[in-house]
Every structure is written in structure tokens, then in C-alpha cells.
Design a protein around this ligand. Structure first.
Ligand code: SAM
Length: 230
């Protein structure tokens, strides 16, 4: 089961701060509006791959018929189950993108957010999506766009070898569309922003960011990659 699992130190080691990060992401609903404009999940079956502590499961469950979260890291599976215990239309299963514990042609909308395991080299996961998404369904992958925005510059500082153009080319070769979006983090306080920056970046990079960037907000470019399954 651990095959293909990528360590996610931010949420694995600091689930409490990661929760603050999730609450700070995209207060304007830019991602939601873009996703719903492509394919609404009202009344459908949603799959959240790499669901972490299940932050997005209640959000989907509010108007989906059924929601399945898949997550490999056992403590996060537990947190996601606890979060959704009172929601009868949500199930959390232990598994990976490469071996989804989900039946063929059973999903209308698949979603993977901040999912490092989707990108160049993730073809086994993409084959699994093609297996489980039914005809007329859609898959969404939400990822950082390191080519622009203040957050993008921070990301490049942390990972100078990261090649965002190669990532975009990979998705285009796989036949996925790209919708560039600009969102923001709006943290409840400066202390929250500092804590979040410190779980996302190495100490030296975080020190530099916090010395030059004031306040509790940052502009943040993302790519919504998506494809339909006709
Ligand atoms: C940065 S976290 C994002 C969690 C969640 N999507 C969210 O937005 O709150 C990435 C998650 O992917 C999970 N993960 C790592 N490798 C995976 C794989 N091969 N298949 C599915 N999930 C994986 C990690 O355990 C972690 O929970």
C-alpha cells in the first residue's frame, strides 16, 4: 500500500497548522467557481484523492450524492474519518492514487488538491483515474503555478530546480486542459501566516519570506488541470 506514497511533511507532521492553511486558502471561492463552471458535482459521486485530514470532504458532501476520500497515511485517514463521522454520504478509504480502492466507472468528479503524487511520472495514477471515472465525468488536479504570483516566487526560491514549464507540458501531453487561477491565502492573523510559512518552507527560506512580507495575506497562482472522460 505504501508504493508510490510521497511524504507530505507539512500535513503529516503539522496537521493542526495545515488546517489553518486550508482555512486560509481561497476565501473568494475562485477554485470552486472554476470547477463548478466545468463540471458541477451536485447529485454526483465525488472522489477526493489524497484527501489528507478530509478538509474538502464536507464541502463536497454538502451537495454531492456520495463522497469517497482516499488517503494513504493512517493518522490522516483517522482524522478524515473523525471529521466526517456524522456525514452518512462520506466514506474514507485507505489507499493510493496508483491503486484506488474504488470500483470501475463509479465516479463523476475526481479531485486531487496539492497532490505532489500527480505530475510527471504519475501515469499509473492517471490510468486509475481513467478506470474509475465514468463516461461524462471529470478529473481535477489543483497545483501550484510557480511561474507567477508572490507565492510562486517563494516556491521557486525553495525549489530552484522545479521546472513549471515541464509540468505544464506533461499535462498537455496527457490531454489535460489548464485553467490558470489567481487565489490568495487570507490568514486569520499574522501569527497564522508565520506558522503556515514555516511548515511549507525550510527555515532559511521562511525567515527570508517573513522578513520581507508583512501582513496576513499573500497572492497565490494555481493551475486547475482537468480533463473529461467522454
Ligand atoms: C499536501 S497534502 C494535501 C491534502 C489534501 N488534498 C488537502 O488539500 O488538504 C498531500 C496528501 O497526499 C497524500 N499522498 C501522498 N502520496 C499519495 C499517493 N500516492 N496517493 C494518494 N495520496 C497520497 C499525503 O498523505 C497527503 O495527505
Amino acid at each position: 500500500m505504501t508504493d508510490g506514497v510521497l511524504p507530505s511533511p507539512n500535513i503529516w507532521r503539522h496537521p493542526g497548522v495545515y488546517e489553518l492553511e486550508n482555512r486560509a486558502v481561497d476565501p473568494d471561492g475562485v477554485i470552486e467557481t472554476a470547477m463548478r463552471g466545468i463540471r458541477d458535482w451536485r447529485g454526483g459521486v465525488v472522489l477526493d484523492v489524497g484527501c489528507g485530514s478530509g478538509f474538502h470532504l464536507p464541502w463536497f458532501a454538502a451537495d454531492a450524492a456520495r463522497v469517497v476520500g482516499v488517503e494513504p497515511h493512517p493518522p490522516l485517514v483517522e482524522l478524515a474519518r473523525r471529521r466526517t463521522a456524522s456525514l452518512p454520504n462520506v466514506q474514507v478509504r485507505t489507499g493510493t492514487a496508483q491503486r484506488l480502492p474504488v470500483a470501475d466507472a463509479s465516479v463523476d468528479v475526481a479531485h486531487a488538491r496539492w497532490a505532489y503524487f500527480f505530475g510527471p511520472g504519475c501515469e499509473p495514477g492517471l490510468r486509475e483515474l481513467a478506470r474509475v471515472v465514468r463516461r461524462g465525468g471529470v478529473a481535477f488536479v489543483i497545483d501550484n503555478d510557480a511561474t507567477r504570483s508572490t507565492f510562486g516566487a517563494w516556491f521557486r526560491r525553495e525549489l530552484p530546480r522545479y521546472d513549471p514549464v515541464a509540468v505544464e507540458r506533461f499535462w498537455a501531453r496527457q490531454g489535460w486542459a489548464r485553467t490558470p487561477l489567481t487565489i490568495r491565502w487570507s490568514c486569520a492573523s499574522r501569527a497564522d501566516l508565520e506558522a503556515i510559512v514555516r511548515i511549507e518552507f525550510s527555515a532559511a527560506v521562511a525567515d527570508g519570506i517573513l522578513a520581507e512580507h508583512g501582513g496576513s495575506e499573500v497572492d497565490y497562482a494555481v493551475n486547475l488541470f482537468w480533463r473529461t472522460y467522454p
